[in-house]
Design a protein around this ligand. Structure first.
Ligand code: ATP
Length: 246
């Protein structure tokens, strides 16, 4: 099996044996993962396994004490969150963190504020509205008054406005009604088909494995299993622990 996705040689993101601590708590104990240029990669695992901490390390919010993180071949292990965003990694965070009193359009504009190529702004906004017609209908509405699913769409749309070279998604299905969950994952596939690699952290292991090309399973700060998503879906240990199948 090739480590990266179809057609790609060098990974876009290469996390190599990172160790991350919260004070004395050793949260990540040598995590390695890769995202190829054309891939959706998912990171699944139980509460507290270290998924969010891995994203925080990639975002520059929690620097590893050991190991390395490379993005497009550059070492970003100790880079600042600001320079990481500017370098092309955008995240739609767990909990969404929209500006509730601002309209949908204003929230989307905020996603693009660090960009220098403002001339493509309009077409990117149109692209987000194409992906999420619901956001177009609600473009003048205050973000805080929308449903959870709509806010999640707005948060993903905002991350896309940064024109990322890698999109990180932290629990995009959390708290959503099943109909929105389906929609969100459909859109993740569309975003990826448009050329953006995605690293998807999810509690909803079944949807994540159905959506991703490859997957990593985390257990207590380590990668316990990895492989093509379709293969992991049939893995007995994954079925028992994460898919609720006996
Ligand atoms: P969840 O899905 O619940 O967010 P997770 O897989 O993302 O779980 P993390 O949030 O990354 O897991 O947590 C990994 C470990 O680090 C856990 O043991 C957690 O208790 C610990 N941890 C996370 N954040 C902190 C913090 N701010 N201070 C101390 N320990 C933390």
């Amino acid at each position: 099996m090739s480590e990266t996705g179809a057609g790609s040689t060098e990974p876009v993101l290469d996390v190599e044996d990172i160790h991350v601590y919260y004070g004395a708590i050793h949260a990540l104990k040598g995590v390695s993962l890769r995202v190829g240029a054309s891939e959706i990669v998912t990171l699944i695992g139980a509460n507290g396994a270290g998924k969010s901490t891995t994203l925080r390390a990639i975002n520059g919010l929690n620097h590893p004490r050991q190991g390395a993180i490379r993005f497009e071949g550059r070492d970003i292990t100790t880079a600042t969150p600001h320079s990481i965003v500017q370098g092309g990694i955008a995240q739609s965070p767990e909990g969404r963190r929209l500006f509730p009193r601002m309209s949908v359009t204003e929230n989307l504009e905020m996603g693009a504020f660090q960009r220098t190529d403002r001339e493509h702004f309009k077409e990117d906004m149109d692209r987000v509205f194409e992906l999420f017609p619901r956001l177009h209908e609600r473009r003048h509405q205050k973000a805080g008054t929308m449903s959870g699913g709509e806010q999640q769409m707005c948060a993903i749309g905002r991350a896309l406005m940064a024109k990322p070279k890698l999109l990180l998604l932290d629990e995009p299905s959390m708290g959503l009604a099943p109909i929105f969950v389906e929609k969100i994952f459909e859109i993740v596939r569309e975003i990826n088909a448009g050329g953006t690699p995605v690293l998807l952290v999810e509690q909803n292991a079944l949807m994540a494995l159905d959506t991703a090309h490859r997957a990593y399973v985390m257990e207590t700060g380590r990668i316990a299993l990895q492989g093509p998503a379709a293969e992991l879906k049939t893995n007995e240990r994954v079925q028992k622990a994460y898919l609720g199948l006996e």
